[in-house]
Design a protein around this ligand. Sequence first.
Ligand code: GZL
Ligand code: ZN
Length: 348
Amino acid sequence: MKRKLVCAIIGMTMAASLLAGCGGSSDTAATDETAAEEEGAEEEAPSGDVITVGYAQVGHESDWRMANTQNYYDVFSAENGYDLQLIDCDNDNAAQIEAVRSFIQQELDYIVIAPIETAGWDTVLQEAEDAGIPVIIADREIDADNYDAWVGTNTVNEGITAGNWLGEYLDGADANILVIEGSVGASATLGRTEGFDSVLAEHPEWTKIDQQSGDFTQSGGQEVMESFIKSYEGQFNVVVCQNDNEAYGAMDAMDAAGITYGVDGDVIIISFDATHDGLQYTLDGKINCDVECNPIQAETVAEVIQLMAAGEEYPESTLVDDEAFVAPGIESAYATTMTQEILDGRAY
Ligand code: GZL
Ligand code: ZN
């Protein structure tokens, strides 16, 4: 409550100073004001106008992440009235905490965090609160609750959608499943695993043979798939990749081993993110099902910041919606069948 009050006061003060700047009280003052305004017009907008934002970004591990980063640069631009500091924390927790501390030391107006891991946030969030800087958690989730707003996706639901689609597709047939998980400790990994496993539990004819982290990267997906092939060749018919880049690596490894996959192959591939290339592979029938996780979140975060700056009520939690896509020839109650038009119309 305290922080929102502080935020409201900042908002009002700023609004008041802007109003005072615009309309002088007497003619003379008005004339001086107008002259001063004209003369000053080409200078920097008064500091109150520019909103400084720090974004502690996970890293650059995947196409999804790059699309998310570009989206922040597009939205939090100078012409839109922002000064954005985006720090790529390269999947390093300690570096991410330090990035947030640097935002606090610079007394930025707002801090946005896409947390690499769910754990370890209490202390630095307390420091931001003590400094009166609102914090928005974006994309993923954390164990702590001392932040002001959250904008992200429901990865548990994404896992459930993947499982429900597989159940519909297999229609009672056995499944021997390998899972290439995302980065250890990331809420996207934990959520997708929790959701998929909740459906797995409903299917006694399914077996999860093994799971290993591919760290949301293509090289990680390839390495894990190569080791899975060594251990389990001929024993599996489903590979769940917790993001598209891991799926690309897994396909490379299966190609090298002469293992077929996709709608005409021996192995079903389920992926997550539904990035452009992931949906191209889905359209080509190489990926059977790609569950979307929408990286275009900066507009929503900016709306929350504008409301905070204006001292108005703002949503403490905003879910960015996703859907799922399946290869041509597959009809599903849980996913949209891919077409070229869908691919051409995608924002990322
Ligand atoms: C999901 C996001 C994940 C993507 C990966 O919300 O955090 O991180 O699924 C990315 O591609 O690396
Ligand atoms: Zn079943």
